[in-house]
Unconditional design. Structure first.
Length: 159
């Protein structure tokens, strides 16, 4: 995460959650979760220290539209970043539909459908349900895209 983005997150979203309170400024106007209309996909992990899953679950109470919560087994790095074909991953998934009564987080997780694979499969299913056909990505060098560094992640070592 770039330093400026991380600073904004730590100052405005993490401690007081300006977005949830309608104080987050986008294009010189305040915005809030109620302004977000498309179907939402939330991911958290059971032992996440960055975004505790009960806090992520609370997004259902702040939005009007459909929201799908994916709760993965384990912690932040191991589960969010692990590859889609990781053999020892599991997750639970639950969709909150517009107009549905809000429920307690523990009841929501108890009602979630368990799956034995990486959460990425749930994400791919969601993309397939809400997108058109797949297209090949552009190659580097086309349309003003360029590599930041010779290998993935090495740009993070720059000061």
């Amino acid at each position: 995460m770039p330093a400026r983005m991380n600073g904004g997150y730590l100052r405005h979203l993490f401690p007081d959650n300006d977005f949830a309170a309608g104080r987050w400024i986008v294009d010189n106007r305040p915005s809030s979760p109620q302004d977000v209309r498309p179907p939402l996909f939330f991911v958290s992990t059971e032992t996440d220290h960055v975004s505790p899953w009960r806090s992520v679950f609370a997004i259902h109470h702040l939005t009007e539209g459909e929201g799908r919560l994916v709760l993965t087994h384990g912690g932040h790095k191991a589960c969010l970043v692990s590859s889609p074909d990781h053999p020892r991953r599991r997750f639970r998934i639950r969709t909150h539909r517009p107009g549905e009564a809000h429920i307690h987080p523990d009841a929501g997780v108890a009602a979630a459908v368990p799956r034995t694979s990486s959460w990425w499969g749930g994400w791919f299913d969601r993309l397939a349900a809400h997108n058109g056909s797949w297209v090949a990505p552009r190659r580097l060098g086309e349309a003003r895209l360029r590599a930041l560094s010779p290998a993935a992640g090495t740009d993070e070592l720059m000061r």
